[in-house]
Design a protein around this ligand. Sequence first.
Ligand code: PLP
Length: 337
Amino acid sequence: MIEYRSDTFTKPTPAMLQTMFHTEVGDDVFREDPTVNRLQEMLAEKFGMEAGIFCPSGTMTNQIAIKCHTQPGDEVICDKMSHVYIYEGGGIAFNSGCQVKPLEGDRGRMKASQVIETINPIDIHKAKTQLVSLENTANRGGGSCYQISDIQEIKEVCLENNLKLHLDGARLFNAIVAKDEDPKVYGNIFDSISICLSKGLGAPVGSVLLGNSDFIEKARRVRKVFGGGMRQAGYMAAAGIFALENNIDRLALDHRHAKQIEEALSKKEFVGNIMPVETNIIIYDVVGKYTAKSLAEEFLKNNILVSAISPTQIRMVLHLDVSEEMVMDTIRLIEIL
Ligand SMILES: *Cc1c(COP(=O)(O)O)cnc(C)c1O
């Protein structure tokens, strides 16, 4: 099987498993797991931020961040395609009692001018605008990347209006590799950053939330309340450290593979609009002789798994379990479909 449904399907390699097997662990709720501590420090240092906290999922790191930045009744500004808004089970309302002002961005990316227009005046009739949440790369934007200058403009709006700025960086390393950026630039701008280790980086489980020390102390309490305090989590953190040490640079290969598949798709009549491929995600419209569902079935007959994410759209995601050879096989199939 060739797995394109998501980069969450990656399985630990023998080398990663060996590292996990030999790792030193302790009780992380007591902050005594040396491997968890090392992972948190390693990522905080990479982004030039004060502290980090290891959590079971990216949903949890986002939800903890939103909880720490807001009070019930506040308003959160994000793109209408944001993971925090559409894929976290209504968690912003459930966990934080906040409402969302979803904006119509460009492939998941908002502009500072849109954020300004959306901030509520100080008025007892209005929800208090408190937090702006960005996503980079934007999943439903087809793995699109923000320009740093656009993020900086949004940050200025946040500073002028006393808003916090969170980054859902589930695939931030894809953006950093694609655009050859310095992680510290992000650390310098955002109040909090969530990073997934379990996507294209290839770890089985886990995300890290970064922020300043006070924020991460608060996050530690909320993680406990959410039931995310883990004990000998060092086995999972070891996989995360291995991923950070070995699997960042190779993301460029996934991006190259995605471009190659995009090129093959672009020659087909049954493929309509393809979202510009910037990283490891390909989202395209299916037209003519196939529906998204029937095309996915056609792929499946040939042992290729893709996602029909709407009646007309297919998503394919590249990752470290898709080899060069598998990409070539996929392209050969696309050519004859
Ligand atoms: C995967 C993902 C998350 C977190 O997902 P979990 O499955 O909870 O780890 C958050 N944001 C984006 C954009 C994602 O793609």
